[in-house]
Design a binder for this molecule. Structure first.
Ligand SMILES: [Zn+2]
Length: 328
C-alpha cells in the first residue's frame, strides 16, 4: 500500500462528503450580525443581550456603571464594543463595574480577564471553588460569592441570583431580573434548537431535566439561554421539556424491548464488545422516534438527539436504576 493510499481520509475530506442534515427552521434563527460579527439588542429597558450567533452574554446599564453577565470568549472583544455602542447611544456610563458568572465553564467565562482588575466578580461559592481548582488566568476567581441566594442592588437595579442544585454543572445559577421580566439560565435550554452533545454536556441529568420547571416557576417573559442566535420564550422551555420527556419515555421503552441475550451470545469472552453493541442498539432504538417527531421542529434534532439519548439512557439506568437486573 502506498503512503497516499494509507493517508487518513479525514485529512483530505471535502465538504461534499460530509453528511447532510434537515434545514434549520427559520424560527430558530436570530437577528443578523453586524460587520464585526455580533448583534446587541434590548431585552427590556436597560437590560441588553449580545450574541455572535452561537453564544450569548448580557448586560445592564445602570446609573453607576455596567453590570455584565458572562463573558464568552467567542464574543470576546465584541462585548466591550457592544457595551460602548449602547452606552454612547443612551448617554450612560460604559464602565463595567461588576461581572456575574453563571457558572465556571471557560466557554462562558473565558473573556473575563478582558475586564480590568477593578471589576467586582460575583459567583456561586462552588464557582469560586472550581475556578480556584482550574487556575485559569482567563477566568479570575470571584471576589464575592453566595451559597443559596443573593439579591444584588447595583445602581438602582435589582438582580436575584439563586442556586437550586447541580444541573448542567455543579455551580450553574438562575439569574432573575424581576424588574425586567427576564430569566438568564445558561446551558439548559437552547431556544429553537436541540441540546448539543449529551444534553448540553451536562454532569447531572436528573438536575438538568428538572431545571426548566424551576425556571418556569419564576415570573418572566424573556429568556437568555446562553446559546444560539435568539432569545427564548416560555413556549421554548415547554417545547424543550416535551422533547426531554419524549426522550425519557422512548429510552425506557428501548431498555425493556431490546433483548441483550444475542449480544452476549455473539461476543462471549468479550463483554465490552457486547455492552458496546447493546448500548448502541438501545440508543438507536430510543432516538429514532424522537428524531422523527422533532425533525423540522427543533433545529439539529437529527444532529444531536442520538447523543443526548445515550446520556439520558445512562442516567435512567445508573441514577434511577431503571431496568436494573439483580442476579438471582
Ligand atoms: Zn457550561
Amino acid at each position: 500500500m502506498s503512503i497516499q493510499e494509507s493517508s487518513p481520509k479525514s485529512a483530505t475530506s471535502s465538504a461534499d462528503v460530509l453528511p447532510d442534515y434537515a434545514p434549520v427552521p427559520p424560527s430558530s434563527l436570530g437577528p443578523a450580525l453586524n460587520d464585526q460579527g455580533y448583534y446587541v439588542g434590548r431585552v427590556e429597558r436597560n437590560l441588553y443581550w449580545v450574541t455572535d450567533g452561537s453564544y450569548q452574554s448580557a448586560f445592564l446599564t445602570t446609573k453607576d456603571g455596567v453590570v455584565l453577565f458572562d463573558a464568552p470568549p467567542s464574543i470576546g472583544g465584541n462585548i466591550r464594543r457592544a457595551v460602548d455602542e449602547i452606552a454612547s447611544a443612551n448617554g450612560v456610563s460604559n464602565k463595567v463595574t461588576h461581572l456575574v458568572y453563571s457558572h465556571h465553564h471557560a466557554d462562558h467565562a473565558g473573556a473575563s480577564s478582558l475586564f480590568d482588575k477593578n471589576v467586582i466578580r460575583i459567583g456561586h461559592e462552588e464557582t469560586k471553588r472550581l475556578l480556584v481548582r482550574d487556575n485559569d488566568p482567563a477566568r479570575p476567581v470571584p471576589e464575592e460569592t453566595f451559597a443559596d441566594r443573593r439579591t444584588l442592588k447595583i445602581g438602582g437595579e435589582r438582580i436575584e441570583l439563586e442556586w437550586r442544585g447541580p444541573n448542567h454543572s455543579p455551580d450553574n445559577i438562575y439569574i432573575h431580573f424581576p424588574d425586567h421580566d427576564t430569566l438568564m439560565l445558561i446551558d439548559i435550554v437552547n431556544p429553537g434548537w436541540a441540546p448539543i452533545s449529551m444534553s448540553n454536556l451536562s454532569e447531572d441529568i436528573p438536575g438538568y431535566i428538572a431545571a426548566p420547571a424551576i425556571a418556569l416557576d419564576y415570573p418572566w417573559k424573556h429568556f437568555i439561554g446562553g446559546h444560539v442566535g435568539r432569545l427564548g420564550t416560555r413556549d421554548d422551555l415547554t417545547l424543550h421539556q416535551q422533547y426531554m420527556a419524549d426522550i425519557d419515555a422512548s429510552v425506557r421503552k428501548a431498555l425493556v424491548s431490546v433483548d441483550p441475550t444475542p449480544f452476549f451470545q455473539k461476543y462471549g469472552d468479550n463483554p465490552w464488545a457486547a455492552v458496546g453493541a447493546l448500548f448502541d442498539a438501545w440508543t438507536e432504538a430510543g432516538a429514532a422516534p424522537v428524531i422523527e417527531k422533532y425533525k423540522g421542529v427543533l433545529a439539529a434534532a437529527d444532529v444531536y438527539t442520538q447523543s443526548t439519548v445515550f446520556w439520558v439512557m445512562e442516567s435512567i439506568r445508573l441514577d434511577l436504576g431503571f431496568a436494573s437486573y439483580v442476579h438471582p
